[in-house]
Ligand binder design. Sequence first.
Ligand code: AMP
Length: 425
Amino acid sequence: MPSITAARGTRDILPAEIPVWHWVEQISKEVFESYGMQEIRTPVFESTELFTRSIGDQTDIVSKEMYSFLDRKNRSLTLRPEGTAGIVRAFLQSGMALSGDDLFKVWYSGPMFRYERPQAGRYRQFHQMGAEILGSPSPLLDADVIAMGVNLFKKMGISDLKIKINSVGCEVCRPVIREQIKTFLGANLPHLCEDCRTRFERNPLRILDCKKTGCQQYFSGLPQMTSYLCEPCQDHHHSLLEFLTAMQIDYIQDSRLVRGLDYYNRTVFELISNQLGAQDTLLGGGRYDRLVEYFGGKAVPAIGFAFGVERAVLILESLKKDIQTSKALTLQLILLGESAKLTGIALAQKLRQLGLRVEINFNSDNLKTLFKKANREKIPYVLLLGEQELESKSIMLKKMESGVQEQIPLTQIETYLSNLIPLRS
Ligand code: AMP
């Protein structure tokens, strides 16, 4: 163990794990692009106020989990705990105006930071990929966005996911829902945890997000939140369910689903996997029709989601899919002696410029060891350049599979290899 280790809740993604990460990133990008979305990259830190104002100061994220610090000019900055707030800020700051059927459709990928208690599938630095679509209030968009989440994982080979859906209403019906929750939980208030009791007056919906089993036992039998929705919210919700049914997407209506961020209204949803243990939410999202306005822009209805890349990787690893995304080397160039190094390094440079994947030997000139290594790494061709070859201005090529060896004149080696090996394959 080194004397300094990775900070608690952070982890290295070592080369052996990278092919799965590339696979998740590559498939997600393809799916996002199939919906006409473009990538956006926003800063990893933002002003603290951006998150306190959007996510809500009663939420766990803002009240307990933010990595906030003062910079040298005493400005309070925070490592982003999620992607939506920064993207809405970027949209507003870019001065882009939307009209008609122009939507702002973006996807993102990157690290997020939350001071949570680390456990399997829960880290302090984790990665999310997500989508945000600004510019339409239509429930058709909600259905399309949920289907996009489902498609992402289907394409990765993850299909046994549960889809939970709820509507948390709008500013008209939310007060009614709040009162219903307070009436339902009121008698058991003394049995709930301190956090829940604090939230009872200020934000009773948040209570339902409490993960403590001691509290959760009092949540069963909660009335369906959707029956207290105002008419427009009910219509929206019904249309969404109809669209999902038309797409043959099965869902579960879950009245307890409120999600950990305050900016959501109407539709909220999660994709759940039973491969994930206690941290079973793979993807979460919802509508946030008032957020742009809240940051000082014109009203722009919007919806988005994010999924945890670590959790997708955990599921793929448990499925034991054989994923190979990086390309193997095609050539091992063995250089024996100082003059061979001079000629050889220049040759390696040219071959790589041609698009061949070439490795040279740095430490060992033991032929047996080097051929063994080429065999182990399944490198199909080995080139050998030593004193003898230099004298005859040639190079020895061994085709590892057949064991056939040939002497090729140095002046012809590039052409020879370009014909032999499909370039950039
Ligand atoms: P949220 O932004 O809380 O809606 O989370 C969206 C998704 O990000 C979750 O469903 C998880 O897959 C992932 N996620 C959230 N928090 C963490 C964490 N601390 N560690 C790993 N993944 C996380």
